[in-house]
Design a binder for this molecule. Structure first.
Ligand code: ZN
Length: 243
């Protein structure tokens, strides 16, 4: 089975469509595994939810999804994120809200575990360093863990109890094998690794082979919609820089 692994779509429909088009060219996919934050920041929250639901879909909830439906108090968000969260909440219909509300925080599909942040704190903790990786590896009951939230792509191998972070190279097939891994495919709708191109992964689950790709999209079109929706300028500008 080929799983299209998407994280942090953040209501960016142009980025999402570019990923779909690229994934189709590369052999397509059977299912979407969505690692959360489908909404928040971007101008098309409802459309992004509807679009991923057109496919076979497994999804977990992210902090911005929770904020959009009142499952968490967004008052600790920064000002831009908070105003985007309020705007997002006003854009969703009842079906879209029900969908976000129904999402689990952790989903296990052997040998993969899907979570937005970390297993220690599924929607809050950023898994980016030794300590957070150790925390998740200690709780991980499957071989592989897929995370999002930081919008930073990486591979992290459990080297006999010691997490070993490496870059997740582009356009290269990685054989996961028997090792335990934590993997972040990078962000679709608001990349933050100083590269504005949406990042995603495809996993051939029968061979435990994973590959990551990046695509280009019409950033100006998304930004235009954000301006029309009066979303914060900072959120509009950052899409140009991948920050
Ligand atoms: Zn996010």
């Amino acid at each position: 089975m080929r799983a299209l692994i998407l994280s942090d779509i953040h209501a960016n429909l142009e980025a999402l469509e570019a990923v779909f088009a690229d994934a189709q060219v590369r052999g397509g996919f059977d299912v979407i595994w969505c690692l959360g934050d489908t909404v928040g920041y971007g101008p098309d929250p409802g459309a992004c939810i509807d679009r991923i639901r057109e496919f076979e879909l497994v999804a977990v909830v992210g902090n911005h999804d929770c904020a959009a439906v009142g499952l968490i108090d967004a008052s600790d968000f920064n000002d831009a994120a908070l105003s985007a969260a309020k705007w997002t909440a006003s854009q969703l219909d009842a079906g879209q809200r029900d969908f976000l509300t129904s999402l689990p925080m952790v989903f296990v599909q052997e040998p993969f575990t899907l979570v937005h942040g970390s297993l220690r704190d599924p929607i809050v903790e950023y898994l980016l360093d030794r300590n957070s990786a150790m925390g998740t590896l200690a709780l991980l009951e499957t071989r592989y863990c897929l995370v999002g939230h930081s919008h930073i792509p990486f591979l992290c191998r459990d080297a006999q109890g010691e997490p070993e972070f490496t870059d997740f190279p582009e356009d290269e097939k990685i054989e996961l094998g028997d090792a335990r891994w934590i993997i972040n495919p990078g962000g679709v709708g608001q990349p933050r690794d100083r590269d504005p191109r949406p990042s995603y992964a495809i996993c051939d689950t029968s061979h435990a082979m994973i590959e990551r790709h990046r695509v280009t999209y019409d950033i100006a079109k998304t930004q235009e919609k954000m301006r029309a929706a009066d979303l914060p300028a900072h959120l509009i500008d950052r899409l140009d820089h991948g920050i």
